[in-house]
Design a binder for this molecule. Structure first.
Ligand SMILES: Nc1ncnc2c1ncn2[C@@H]1O[C@H](COP(=O)(O)OP(=O)(O)O)[C@@H](O)[C@H]1O
Ligand SMILES: [Mg+2]
Length: 212
């Protein structure tokens, strides 16, 4: 089993003691670590981002418990969670991930996370090649600055940086937001392929019911 939530709640505390937002309340779910394709839908402010931020330990529950592979996260672990092993297995793509590109070349940006997780230079080179093929990123852009790309290409490069460390579960917060319909469809087709052919579990937040 990949991710299990048991009676999970999350309260945000504001500046004043009485400012409390209950963003999650009594959430129970089971997500397998392969072959699932799930959408999280709901209006703005309904708690989608809060929910998925618990799936890689970015947020720790204030109530209940979460199991991610063999690792348990409970309110007690809020102070010192050891997250590196789960972060590598759960690929997390934020909203507008292109805002987090920062290296001088596309290649370096795609390599950043795999480098961090201790992959060797050869492994990384091979992975980048495979991921570029999968995402249809032309290898000629690898030497370019990520800031000279189109919006759709930047988005793909940001997603490539997560796929390149080969996580088991891929979680994406509004991955097609702000893209033209053709690029949006292309990206969704790629997730479909990753799910069908590589058996990865994919979790997508979307407000676009047509896309869902
Ligand atoms: N860092 C935060 N501090 C306080 N309240 C927050 C914070 N992040 C989100 N919230 C509140 O929690 C609720 C759920 O937000 P969010 O998970 O971002 O929803 P969604 O992604 O569905 O738009 C909203 O009421 C939001 O205002
Ligand atoms: Mg959100």
């Amino acid at each position: 089993m990949g991710i299990t939530f048991t009676k999970v709640g999350h309260k945000y505390h504001g500046a004043r003691r009485k400012d409390i937002t209950i963003a999650l309340d009594d959430i129970n779910l089971n997500i397998d670590d392969k072959d699932e394709f799930l959408f999280v839908i709901g209006r703005t402010g309904s708690g989608k981002s809060t929910l998925i931020s618990h799936m890689n330990g970015l947020l720790i529950p204030t109530e209940g418990s979460i199991k991610i592979f063999d690792y348990e996260l409970t309110p007690k672990k809020r102070k010192n969670p050891k997250l590196k092993p789960i972060r590598k297995r759960i690929g997390f793509v934020f909203q507008f991930p292109e805002y987090q590109l920062f290296e001088e070349t596309v290649y370096k940006d795609i390599c950043f996370a795999p480098n961090n997780f201790g992959a060797t230079k050869e492994e990384i080179k091979e992975n980048v090649k495979n991921v570029c093929k999968l995402l249809r990123i032309n290898e000629t852009i690898l030497k370019k600055s990520p800031f000279n790309l189109s919006g759709g290409q930047m988005r793909k490069v940001a997603i490539a940086g997560v796929l390149a460390y080969n996580p088991d579960i891929l979680i994406l917060d509004e991955p097609t937001r702000g893209l033209d319909p053709i690029t949006a469809n292309e990206i969704m087709e790629i997730f479909n392929k990753i799910n069908k052919e590589m058996h990865k579990t994919i979790i997508v937040i979307s407000h676009d019911m047509n896309l869902v």
